[in-house]
Write a protein that binds this ligand. Structure first.
Ligand code: KIV
Length: 265
């Protein structure tokens, strides 16, 4: 049975943890779907890990749609696909955000969209949720605002910031989101927000008290060797293995060891 927003709500109610990882292409989406990861997030981290940009700002809506289509094809049986709305695709007006979220749903087959921000974006979120577009919120560290904050430090560490996050979470819930990503906030605050809400929270660098967890695929596979925040658990050291395979291939071709007779026609 495919995961839907209903499944996410049921899992929250039954205290069953929710799994989410990012995905950007068909091949990994197939593997993630086979592993029964609940949600595949086509994150705007695509800008960093696929396109090589320093921030998430440059990726366009057309590029997000292109990758989301591939991920939807790979998520054959189980996972629900969530597409990030990129910078400036929903900040310009409620109408623009609504139209662009509609494009994502219509052109990709994704099950939901995600956007960053709290009360500020609630009008846009409500327009979407009132019209059949499931929305996932995103609070705490919101990378699309990096130029405003100037740093990727932990958010919600002062009473004012913590109160803001709690208010924003309640406002997003009222606007109809089915889940909220909480990024890089203290574990105690994330646990408090999780208890406060009827909708699911998905943490990244937000401790174990959230309803679910998300990581960037390239980080957890150990493909991104330059990024070592404490919240990333590396399940593989894939960069090392891939580099080794490439070296061996080069040696084999150069020495004439590849292809062998058995590998030829
Ligand atoms: O773009 C992304 O990968 C994200 C996750 C970090 C939650 O938003």
């Amino acid at each position: 049975m495919r995961v839907t927003t209903r499944t996410i709500a049921d899992k929250k109610q039954q205290h069953e943890k929710i799994t989410m990882l990012t995905a950007y292409d068909y091949t990994f989406a197939r593997l993630l779907d086979e592993a029964e990861i609940d949600m595949l997030l086509v994150g705007d981290s695509l800008s960093n890990v696929i396109q090589g940009n320093d921030t998430t700002l440059p990726v366009t809506l057309d590029e997000m749609i292109y990758h989301t289509k591939a991920v939807v094809k790979g998520a054959r049986n189980y996972s629900m696909v969530v597409c990030d709305l990129p910078f400036m695709s929903y900040q310009t007006s409620e109408k623009d955000g609504f139209r662009n979220a509609g494009r994502v749903m219509k052109e990709t087959g994704a099950g939901a969209v995600k956007l960053e921000g709290g009360e500020r974006v609630c009008g846009t979120v409500k327009l979407m949720t009132d019209n059949g577009i499931p929305v996932c919120g995103h609070l705490g560290l919101t990378p699309q605002s990096i130029n405003q904050f100037g740093t990727y430090r932990t958010r919600g560490t002062t009473p004012d910031e913590a109160d803001r996050i709690k208010q924003d979470a309640l406002a997003l819930q009222d606007a109809g989101v089915f889940a909220i990503v909480l990024e890089k906030i203290p574990a105690a605050l994330a646990a408090e927000v999780t208890k406060m809400l009827k909708v699911a929270t998905i943490g990244i660098g937000a401790g174990n008290g959230c309803d679910g967890q998300v990581l960037v695929l390239h980080d957890m596979l150990g493909l991104n060797e330059e990024f070592h925040p404490r919240f990333v658990r590396k399940y593989l050291r894939l960069a090392e293995e891939v580099r080794g395979a490439f070296k061996k291939y080069g040696e084999d071709v150069r020495s004439g060891g590849f292809p062998s007779k058995e590998e030829s026609y």
